[in-house]
Design a protein around this ligand. Structure first.
Ligand SMILES: [Zn+2]
Length: 503
């Protein structure tokens, strides 16, 4: 008994050492509301993910937009359905808080990736299936939904469940939980062209600055940290790239008659690419990392504090050895990266390849200029003795150059899309504190999200401090088959979003 008491007091001391949540009642209140209305919330969400929402399918997306506008109206939001030239509406909602001094704009997207239905473990990715756990953990289909309790660990399988409709449900249910009385002015923008890209977002940002301006933009997208803890990010990577095609002849030539005489384009391309990356994985193109390194101590400290378990991720994905370009996963996503997304070369008929193409993809951070990065790669290829052209060379051009490569750069006209907000910016600090007020010290702070989210359009136009908050489970299979959301993540998301609205 005594022993237990001592243990308990030691435990209490431990707890006291880490900052306790400042808004425990808010968290408890929102949790209690979520539990009391669990069935309604899950049912509304099941209806939302039943609507097909594949990017580019304007008529399907219009149906989503109509339902989403209704869902916002039901919460007493002032709404607007903005038509765009691509035919995919942007849904906007606003809730003013009397006396509020801050306005937060929440960004969420409602379109999803295409589906290959036969790869899914259910007949139709738009007929949601509820399971008692993830498929990998042996989850069983729940058929009796009328009597289901929908506990936290159950999953809902449907396209866009995790990316990005769960945050929509969490957002609206959070408004319900706080009695539609936020302490900050709340604006919500629901975008239907995130996955496929489209003109709509830029159009509404130009057309409705008065409606869309805010003190803080919160991007609700992406999976949360694998630890399952609340996750905030202060930046994200963007991208640029180039397609490189090397040529060795006008056409493939018989490998028996010309082997050892005509150079093989597949080999030439492989040699060119391997000359760009050291055997340990570091890109050796001059200047590739120079915009970024060395990291400042506060940036390094933030990366080091992320509780990644690299070994677990290796085991889960069957990764036998690591790339070696970075010393940790967080360092990796804070550096520009270099990948070959596709390689193609050769033809049928037993001939030596006359041309071979690689799609070079770079993920870039805010410090990088995409044109400069593409120029560095181009300069490196030139330095390997290649004559650079931008079109398919004719026979005379081919014969005139020992080595020839065609380059097609892919640099977005409006920059790479990478962005970063100083975590010390007062609005970013307020968002961090809001999360900590309900989750305490467990909040995971990510300096740079590895993937891309469409924040730069807002940042370029309005210079608004921006953070991202990820709500979906890390194993939500987003963009892939069997996309899902863990039910508890919707309810935890309500707590997180309530905290942001009540801070
Ligand atoms: Zn997304």
């Amino acid at each position: 008994m005594r022993h237990t008491t001592r243990l308990l007091s030691a435990l209490m001391l431990c707890l006291a050492a880490s900052p306790a949540p400042a808004q425990p009642d808010l968290a408890a209140r929102v949790k209690a509301f979520g539990n009391a209305h669990r069935r309604e919330i899950v049912t509304e969400f099941l209806k939302l993910v039943s609507l097909p929402d594949i990017h580019g399918d304007a008529s399907a997306l219009q149906k989503n937009a109509a339902l989403l506008q209704q869902m916002m109206q039901k919460r007493g939001l002032e709404t607007a359905l903005w038509q765009t030239s691509g035919g995919v509406p942007v849904v906007f909602g606003e809730k003013k808080a009397p006396g509020a001094t801050r306005t937060i704009l929440f960004y969420i997207h409602y379109d999803g990736q295409p589906v290959e239905a036969k790869r899914w473990a259910q007949p139709d990715p738009f007929v949601p299936v509820v399971r008692t756990a993830s498929i990998e953990a042996g989850g069983k289909d729940v058929t009796d939904l009328a009597n289901a309790a929908f506990p936290d660990d159950w999953r809902i399988y449907a396209r866009a469940a995790g990316d990005d409709k769960a945050p929509i449900e969490a957002m609206l249910a959070a408004l319900d939980a706080i009695g539609s009385a936020p302490k900050v002015n709340v604006k919500i923008i629901l975008h239907g062209e995130e996955e496929g890209r489209g003109p709509g977002l830029d159009e509404v940002i130009r057309q409705y600055p008065d409606r869309l301006k805010s003190d803080l933009l919160v991007i609700l997208d992406g999976p949360q940290h694998a630890s399952g803890n609340a996750t905030i990010f202060y930046g994200a990577r963007g991208g640029a790239g180039l397609d490189v095609t090397v040529y060795t002849a006008r056409q493939g030539m018989h490998s028996g008659n010309y082997g050892n005489w005509m150079p093989d384009a597949n080999v030439r391309l492989a040699q060119l690419i391997s000359s760009m990356v050291s055997p340990t994985g570091k890109v050796v193109i001059p200047g590739f990392y120079s915009d970024v390194l060395p990291f400042k101590p506060d940036a390094r400290a933030m990366m080091d504090a992320v509780p990644d378990n690299s070994r677990d991720i290796q085991l889960a994905f069957g990764v036998g050895s690591l790339d070696g370009a970075a010393s940790s996963l967080q360092e990796a996503v804070n550096l520009p990266s270099f990948s070959i997304h596709q390689m193609q070369g050769g033809e049928v008929g037993g001939v030596i390849a006359a041309s071979a193409t690689a799609q070079i993809a770079m993920r870039l951070v805010a410090d990088n200029d995409p044109s400069v990065m593409v120029e560095r790669v181009t300069g490196f290829i030139r330095a390997q003795g290649y004559f650079i052209t931008d079109k398919d060379p004719d026979v005379a051009t081919l014969a005139a150059h020992a080595r020839i490569a065609r380059l097609i750069p892919r640099v977005p006209f409006d920059g790479s899309g990478a962005w970063r907000t100083d975590p010390g910016n007062p609005q970013a600090v307020a968002a961090t504190q809001a999360l900590r007020s309900v989750w305490g010290a467990k909040v995971v702070r990510i300096r740079t999200l590895g993937g891309t989210v469409p924040a730069s359009a807002f940042i370029d136009a309005y210079h608004v401090p921006t953070v991202g908050v990820s709500l979906a489970n890390y194993d939500d299979n987003q963009h892939s088959d069997n996309e899902n959301v863990r039910i508890g993540n919707i309810f935890d998301g309500m707590v997180t979003l309530s905290a942001l609205m009540m801070h």
